[in-house]
Design a protein around this ligand. Structure first.
Ligand SMILES: CCN(CC)CCN(C[C@]12C[C@](c3ccc(C(F)(F)F)cc3)(C1)C2)C(=O)Cn1c(SCc2ccc(F)cc2)nc(=O)c2c1C=CC2
Length: 404
């Protein structure tokens, strides 16, 4: 078994100076509301428990739909393989109140959901960021949930059932699941994905609006019953220092969100999937963008669309991490042994923790530069220009003339 049996299988703990707290937020309760997992610097509390990486089994159901595998079989495999993982953060831990934090909104990929990028989000929180990892309701997530109001009859028959726990709001609400929507037979991909990327950008902007309300001390009605005290986040966010970040479909969402909302001062796109975007938005994006690509996912047509964003006046950077695959960015890359991981294309040739460390450090350096932070992240500036044995500046994809 070599070293795979000795290395600890689990999501690597964050490296920054702050302990990391984590909680969930939904407001309002409908599918049009904002739903995100919040990662933040917290006070060190040994008693806090770790949140579940996959909070409900319905997410595994959704994953089997997304992967076109049989639900009963798939759910058992996923539960067995991944059901017990916790994330490297303290659930509902008290916010560390003596800092004003820059903010990152994170957008997940096709078939993913809000909890699957915790190695990236927790690392940013440990370095002093408040990170909202959005769960999209555009039917691109494997699964997501929202609530609807109980009907009179549902309320009526509730009368003879003892009152269960849960916040007042939830008692009048019924949870509804929304699952991944695949392309219908013969359906063209672009119209669906273009409509979805616009909704995704709106959901990133809505999450920012909710954080702005929370920062101003407006009393918020979090539909989910958590033990987190949202009033501790009053005046905690530096709303001049906001970035948007995402993986794959979430990378396209970064471009769309930058175009729609100038409060996003810069964007970091991890293995962006450029297909869903209209060509006409490219000249309208005015903020710096950092493309961090895997070696295996990119192709000429995708890279040539990123190149359309090249600018002499606005900083646009691209690096490729050697030995990585598309799944080197989500948390799955840490959660299987080497040979299963390589077989399922969840791991590349590079050690997954080294890959995500390079990605996180390059991201921090880029965020310091374009959010005007006064931290020491500029020590990693060389990574932004691919100056490392494991990095390539730009891309390894040969751009055929026709694709440009
Ligand atoms: C076969 C079905 N077919 C559906 C359209 C495509 C499948 N596919 C490749 C996959 C995702 C894969 C995956 C996941 C998870 C396990 C597990 F076993 F670890 F759970 C295994 C194997 C299956 C690798 C992708 O879609 C790649 N991809 C992704 S993957 C984002 C993701 C999804 C689920 C996760 F749990 C973690 C991460 N996000 C995008 O935005 C885009 C693309 C492609 C273009 C745009």
């Amino acid at each position: 078994m070599g070293n795979s049996c000795s290395n600890h299988l689990g999501i690597p703990p964050a490296k920054g100076p702050n302990a990391v707290g984590c909680t969930d937020f939904m407001m309002d309760h409908t599918a049009q509301g904002s739903f995100f997992r919040l990662y933040y610097p917290c006070q060190t509390t040994e008693k806090a428990q770790r949140p579940d990486w996959v909070p409900c089994k319905e997410y595994f159901n959704g994953l089997t739909d997304f992967m076109n595998i049989n639900r009963t079989v798939g759910e058992k495999i996923f539960n067995h393989l991944f059901g017990s993982f916790k994330i490297p953060a303290s659930l509902d831990a008290p916010f560390k109140s003596n800092v004003k934090c820059p903010v990152v909104i994170f957008s997940h990929g096709l078939g993913a959901f809000r909890t699957l990028y915790s190695a990236i989000c927790a690392e940013l929180a440990s370095q002093g960021f408040i990170v909202a990892s959005v769960e999209h309701r555009d039917q691109s997530a494997s699964a997501t949930y929202y609530f609807r109001d109980k009907t009179e009859s549902e309320k009526a028959n509730k009368k003879n059932v003892p009152k269960t726990s849960g916040s007042a709001q939830e008692d009048n609400l019924v949870r509804e699941w929304m699952y991944y929507r695949g392309l219908k037979h013969g359906e063209r991909e672009f119209p669906l994905r273009n409509e979805q990327v616009k909704k995704r950008a709106d959901e990133c902007i809505l999450a920012l609006d909710r954080l702005t309300e929370i920062n101003s001390g407006t009393p918020v009605q979090n539909v989910l019953q958590t033990q987190f005290d949202w009033t501790t986040l009053e005046n905690s966010m530096d709303l001049c220092r906001i970035a948007v970040m995402g993986h794959s479909f979430g990378g396209a969402t970064v471009i769309e969100a930058l175009c729609k909302e100038v409060k996003f001062k810069c964007g970091v796109a991890l293995d962006a999937w450029m297909n869903p975007l209209d060509d006409e938005i490219f000249p309208r994006v005015k903020q710096p963008i950092f493309f961090i690509n895997s070696e295996k996912f990119q192709w000429a047509g995708n890279i040539s669309r990123m190149k359309k964003l090249d600018s002499a006046v606005i900083q646009r950077k691209m690096i490729t991490i050697r030995g990585t695959v598309h799944q080197s960015f989500p948390d799955f890359t840490f959660l299987t042994g080497n040979w299963i991981g390589k077989l399922m294309k969840l791991k590349g040739e590079i050690d997954p923790e080294l890959a995500i460390d390079l990605c996180n450090k390059a991201t921090l350096a880029f965020l310091q530069r374009h959010l005007g932070l006064e931290m020491n992240f500029n020590q990693w500036d060389p990574l932004i220009d691919g100056q490392d044995d494991h990095l390539i500046q730009g891309t390894n994809v040969t751009l055929l003339q026709s694709a440009i």
